[in-house]
Design a protein around this ligand. Structure first.
Ligand code: ZN
Length: 502
């Protein structure tokens, strides 16, 4: 069969300080830059990215793939109208040139908001559907943080979301989409669809699938695959936990189920919805202030791995700029020892450190340069411990296989505190981000990561304890502090929280 493949990924935090323009999609970050033409089919080899898994699986099943366009940008505020329309145009043009096709696969996130659209993916799928007609299967994979909409479900044949957070199954999800499509080619009956929206938002850090209640919810989701409910067989079920810092009508967790019959699809969606609703109180979690978290870490640090502080609100994987200094300031003030913060985004300081050279002592105004958070840079003298070009291969279960380009990167020292300062934004979710510049994470007393949950895949096994910290940044952990204006009425902005009333 001839399958057109492409992707357009963005996770939009509508409260974040900066938007995603065309250039953000064009350039590489933790993932490759924009790909089109034949190169698209080889560019992702070995990477934990949905399209990589789809391509491998579909080729193994003997299908011919036709490249459309694939691009992604680091999470941020809205995708600009210009960037969205440009990507959509390239994708639809390529679809036109692809000639006769039997199916379309798209690698989507599911939480894209643009300057002109609340539902970037719903609109894209609508345009693709209009181009290929009602009969050609349109299959898409989604991030676990998708804010799924009725339009996305309507204009696709099937949507398949990740089941892990940290997302260690991104490539596997692409492969599952390919297997599902293959089953459709082989005569799977046209699938009935069911969708359930959940009426409360779940903060990112509470969605981790390594712990409860998510661990058992996703076990149940997986177990429904292939189940016979009533007179119908369930083909696939997804639970997207949603991306809460998105001020849109469809923001919330969603269950989507596909089965031979409407009864079976509804029953599958209903079972998971009940489980999620019954778990509401279990989704509440403790948040630490920066001073308390640092004091606790200093008092309890010792041998046997670091105490990890998750600087979740400034997570570049959720719209933060990765440059706030709330926890860093506390580490310095409280004279922490054997402490590292990674990765601070500050190209100006990285460049100044590289120019001064290893061993130099320089005065810097470090971090807090991009605004958004109400804080000042740290004005102090730092020792330049090491400089790198920021190029290395990620090796952990989340980013593994990706060639990282952090630009000029400096390892700075202030007493017992070290800071890894990069020229590009990056979520600290792979040990190589520290190791490539000479830091051994397992030997640290305290490690601060600008990440919400993804760090747990590679750093989690080292941690003696993980504290989720509320320090400045746009990925607000306590969602009741956000000023929503566009949610659906009645949605509780925190588990067991107050309902939104417009
Ligand atoms: Zn995600």
């Amino acid at each position: 069969m001839r399958i057109a493949v492409g992707g357009f990924q963005h996770e939009t935090n509508t409260f974040a300080p900066s938007k995603a323009p065309w250039a953000a999609f064009e350039q590489a970050d933790s993932w490759p830059g924009l790909q089109k033409g034949p190169h698209l089919l080889t560019a992702f080899k070995g990477m934990n990215i949905p399209i990589a898994g789809f391509i491998d699986e579909a080729e193994a099943r003997g299908h011919t793939l036709l490249p459309l366009v694939w691009c992604s940008a680091t999470p941020s505020a809205h995708v600009t109208e210009e960037a969205y329309e440009r990507v959509a145009e390239i994708l639809l043009d390529a679809l036109g040139y692809a000639g006769e096709i039997d199916a379309v696969y798209l690698d989507l996130h599911g939480a894209m908001v643009t300057e002109h659209l609340e539902d970037g993916e719903g609109e894209l799928l609508k345009r693709v559907r209009a181009a290929v007609g009602p009969k050609i299967p349109v299959v898409a994979s989604l991030d676990l943080h998708a804010n799924v909409t009725a339009e996305m479900v309507e204009y696709s044949d099937v949507l398949i979301a990740y089941r892990t957070y940290p997302h260690v199954d991104m490539a596997e999800t692409g492969a599952r989409a390919a297997a599902h499509l293959d089953a459709m080619f082989a005569g799977l009956p046209r699938q009935a669809k069911a969708m359930r929206k959940i009426d409360y938002l779940i903060p990112l850090t509470a969605q981790c699938t390594l712990v409860e209640p998510s661990a058992s919810i996703y076990r149940d989701v997986a177990a429904l695959e292939g189940a016979i409910l009533g007179n119908g067989r369930v083909s696939t079920v997804s639970f997207a936990g949603g991306f809460a810092p998105a001020d849109i009508k469809d923001c919330s967790p969603t269950i989507i189920a596909y089965a031979d019959t409407e009864v079976a699809a509804n029953e599958a969606a209903e079972r998971i919805a009940k489980k999620v609703n019954d778990s509401e109180s279990a989704f509440r979690e403790k948040l630490w202030s920066a001073p308390d978290a640092v004091a606790h870490a200093i008092a309890n640090a010792g041998e046997g791995g670091p105490i990890i502080l998750a600087d979740t609100q400034d997570n570049p994987g959720a719209g933060g700029n990765g440059d706030t200094v709330g926890i860093l300031r506390e580490l310095i003030v409280q004279n922490a020892q054997s402490a590292v913060l990674g990765v601070l985004f500050d190209p100006e300081s990285a460049k100044a450190a590289a120019e001064a050279g290893e061993g130099a002592r320089i005065r810097l105004r470090l971090g807090a340069k991009t605004g958004g958070a109400d804080e000042e840079p740290i004005d102090d003298e730092f020792e330049v411990a090491r400089i790198s070009d920021g190029e290395f291969l990620a090796t952990g279960p989340f980013y593994g296989g990706s060639r990282m380009s952090l630009g000029t990167t400096a390892r700075l020292r202030k007493g017992g505190v070290e800071i890894v300062v990069a020229s590009r934004k990056a979520q600290c979710a792979d040990q190589e981000m520290l190791k490539h510049i000479g830091i051994e994470p397992a030997k640290l007393g305290i490690l601060v990561v600008k990440s919400s949950v993804h760090f747990r895949a590679d750093f989690g096994p080292l941690a003696r304890e993980v504290l989720v910290v509320e320090s400045p940044g746009p990925n607000t952990a306590d969602l009741s502090k956000l000023h929503y204006k566009h949610l659906r009425n009645g949605v509780r902005v925190m588990p067991l929280g107050k309902p939104y009333t417009g």
